[in-house]
Design a protein around this ligand. Structure first.
Ligand SMILES: NC(=O)c1ccc[n+]([C@@H]2O[C@H](COP(=O)([O-])OP(=O)(O)OC[C@H]3O[C@@H](n4cnc5c(N)ncnc54)[C@H](O)[C@@H]3O)[C@@H](O)[C@H]2O)c1
Length: 348
């Protein structure tokens, strides 16, 4: 197809492997030209699986390829900001996995570099592209909920990743709650107050060693006056859950936890339904739709549906939650609009 966007991808781990497979087969607008991973064994393997696609172990090879219009960054988080800036320097559009960085300064640096270079920058908040969440969002936008009173959202992993991952994750709130802050802003609006509680319950010693937690509850006050509550866990045990409610003056929306199959088994005294086990299974279609939307943004030269500034906002809110939890207080936030985008900071 003529209008396909030539794409390069860097980072073929858990997330990048999935994106590469989608870009090579499921995304109509994509022409995956070249893949890169620092680990030669991994990149050779994925290339073989994707029909012998061009590969390299050096990110610069993507940037120096004049045929590539856009890059997908799925490398470890500490590399994102530099990779975005280098792509901006080479005039390549960027889809980057969340978060942009674990530091505020390099987050804003990367956003500014993208803005100055005039490239598109979209960040991987997949929930915005999930068919169910999109339907909910459209109903809110259409005014069907009326005035929002209450937002409730749950994000729970079945089991914790290894401590090696947790150590480099930026902490529970930046790694997990980040997605809920983005969903809260998207579905309800800007947030003025964050109060967070956290605990390490499944393996207190292990989590204490990496100075992190495995469960949290976060209370929100929106600028509109609405209230919100986020609950998160790394150790739900029964499965992966992502469910939400928006309660309003005219209607309440409920996005339920997903099933593998819509089959319920009824036996005396009980019934059984299954659950999905992880985010890749739950959000498979959303990951595809997010990349498809990014490539449409490139082809049609319009603004991404979720921007670098949205990623920065979620990150500031996640840090506010962490400060609230560590200092045992409510953190207030202010936000201002610059170049049409909302930028947050802690008020005190
Ligand atoms: N949106 C989501 O739901 C979601 C889910 C999981 C992870 N993520 C994000 O995706 C990113 C990747 O996470 P992951 O779990 O796939 O990590 P991972 O560790 O599984 O994979 C990272 C890959 O990058 C490669 N790499 C490391 N340094 C490199 C370099 N200099 N050049 C090229 N390749 C290099 C590694 O060899 C590895 O294959 C993280 O930023 C993470 O936060 C997002």
């Amino acid at each position: 197809v003529e209008d396909r966007v030539p794409v390069g991808l860097v980072g073929l781990g858990r997330m990048g492997d999935f994106h590469a497979t989608n870009l090579a087969g499921r995304i109509r607008l994509a022409h995956l030209v070249r893949i890169v991973d620092a680990d030669e064994g991994i990149v050779r393997d994925v290339s073989g699986r994707l029909g012998g696609i061009e590969w390299s172990t050096d990110y610069a090879d993507l940037l120096n390829d004049p045929g590539i219009e856009a890059v997908v960054i799925a490398s470890p988080t500490p590399l994102h900001a530099d990779m975005i800036e280098a792509a901006a320097g080479a005039g390549k559009h960027v889809f980057c996995e969340k978060p942009i960085s674990l530091e505020m300064e390099s987050t804003f640096g990367a956003i500014e570099a993208a803005r100055k270079a005039g490239i598109k920058l979209q960040v991987g908040f997949h929930r915005r592209f999930d068919p169910d969440y999109r339907r909910a969002w459209q109903r809110v936008e259409a005014g069907e909920i009326g005035e929002v009173y209450l937002f409730r959202t749950s994000l729970r992993d079945m089991q914790a990743p290894g401590f090696d991952y947790i150590k480099g994750s930026g902490g529970f709130f930046a790694d997990v709650t980040l997605h809920d802050f983005d969903a809260a802003r998207w579905l309800v609006g800007e947030i003025e107050e964050v109060t967070a509680f956290g605990a390490a319950l499944s393996d207190p010693g292990g989590f204490e060693e990496v100075d992190d937690i495995d469960n949290a509850v976060v209370a929100l006050r929106f600028a509109s006056g609405a209230l919100g509550v986020i609950d998160n866990s790394r150790v739900a045990g029964y499965g992966y859950e992502c469910s939400s409610e928006i309660m309003g003056s005219k209607a309440t929306l409920r996005v339920d936890n997903h099933r593998r199959a819509s089959v319920e088994t009824l036996t005396p005294d009980s019934s059984h339904r299954d659950y999905v086990s992880d985010f890749v299974e739950r959000f498979a279609d959303a990951y595809v739709a997010g990349l498809e939307s990014f490539l449409r943004t490139v082809r049609e030269d319009r603004d991404p549906e979720v921007s670098g500034a949205d990623a920065a906002a979620a990150f500031v809110l996640a840090k506010a939650a962490e400060h609230s939890y560590r200092e045992g207080r409510t953190v207030r936030l202010t936000s201002e609009t610059k170049n049409g985008e909302v930028f947050y900071r802690e008020a005190d």
